[in-house]
Design a binder for this molecule. Structure first.
Ligand code: UDP
Length: 315
């Protein structure tokens, strides 16, 4: 019988793509989600699959599952969502991680933590290597997420040190693609939906801040490779696309790809918004033989097609 794998946060954007990829590879998948930012619509195509189970569960409450591998993706990842209930965000990162680590321990399962580039805060070094310890405000509006995720990293390594748990730690940089909620609040979905509607594109600040955007299929491939990597390699490993672009340039690119007449509206820059972010992915390349293959233009075209079909269906 195929191995059973748990994906917490499996109804979220990356989680749902991951569940689909695992099922396609022949695994049985237990998807766990409290639907706080995830959505069952993301799982429509898997719902009736014999190898797929959905379990409604908030990971901050202890639970049990007999599985061989765990991908811990449960946590809202968009600033808009994770700041809406910051204490719940910290609980999800910390208490939630302890609960899934305990499940891994009870069943001798390998467990991968979806960490984040946010643990680098507003970085002083570029590109960011895994050895960089970050520049994070412990009291800012983003701290519930970035400090929560930093503490989760600590917990993973303490469970490894104390209980020899088989852990994997991936630091996920900005990821985009079909399936991201229209109201997600992150920049790619906001800009595409605004451009398709002919609305102003809302650039926060002057648009000179940078990000590096990874297409979701590349990310899912990297996460699966990391999970199945050599037992001696726990990470942390950066996962992202090293192609860095300013938010202003991203806006121009999306307007042009959408053939839109939208204009730019400059808005207030949120506090602690990182000025530059770009992963050094040398380690992933060496250890996992992984690097993203989807260019930003190709990925944006696919993502625009997705939002166009959603907006057409809603109109
Ligand atoms: N951003 C923007 N307009 C938007 C949404 C986001 O200019 O409508 C900016 C945001 O301030 C940040 C960057 O785009 O500098 C990426 O934001 P996002 O929320 O997508 O992810 P982050 O990397 O900040 O977690």
């Amino acid at each position: 019988m195929a191995e059973r794998i748990m994906v917490t946060g499996g109804a979220g954007f990356i989680g749902a793509h991951l569940c689909a990829a695992l099922i396609k590879s022949g695994y049985r998948v237990l998807c766990v989600d409290n639907l706080s930012s995830g959505n069952l619509n993301n799982l429509k195509h898997l719902k009736n699959h014999p190898d797929f189970e959905f379990y409604y569960q908030d990971i901050t409450t202890p639970f049990n599952a007999d599985v061989k591998q765990i991908y811990n993706l449960a946590c809202p990842a968009s600033p808009h969502f994770y700041q809406a209930d910051p204490i719940q965000t910290i609980k999800t990162c910390v208490q939630g991680s302890m609960n899934v680590l305990d499940i891994a321990r009870a069943h001798g399962a390998r467990i991968l933590q979806a960490s984040t580039s946010e643990i680098y805060g507003d970085p002083e070094v570029h590109p960011q290597q895994e050895s960089y310890r970050g520049s994070v405000s412990p009291i800012g509006a983003r701290a519930c997420y970035n400090e929560g995720k930093r503490c989760a990293e600590t917990l993973f390594f303490d469970y490894q040190r104390l209980y020899s748990l088989d852990i994997k730690l991936a630091r996920i940089f900005n990821t985009y693609g079909p399936g991201m909620a229209i109201n997600d609040g992150r920049v790619v979905s906001n800009f595409i939906v605004q451009a398709l509607r002919g609305a102003n594109l809302t650039i926060y600040g002057d648009g000179k801040q940078t990000r590096s955007f990874c297409y979701v299929d590349d990310m899912v491939e990297g996460l699966i490779l990391m999970m199945n990597s050599h037992p001696g390699f726990a990470g942390p490993v950066n996962m992202g696309n090293p192609e860095e672009i300013s938010i202003g340039m991203l806006a121009e690119t999306i307007v042009s790809l959408c053939n839109s007449n939208s204009r730019i509206a400059y808005m207030h820059l949120p506090d602690d918004d990182p000025k530059r972010r770009c992963p050094d992915i040398m380690l992933a390349s060496e250890k996992l033989n992984w690097c993203p293959t989807t260019t930003l233009i190709d990925g944006l075209i696919k993502t625009i097609d997705y939002y166009r079909s959603i907006l057409n269906a809603n109109s």
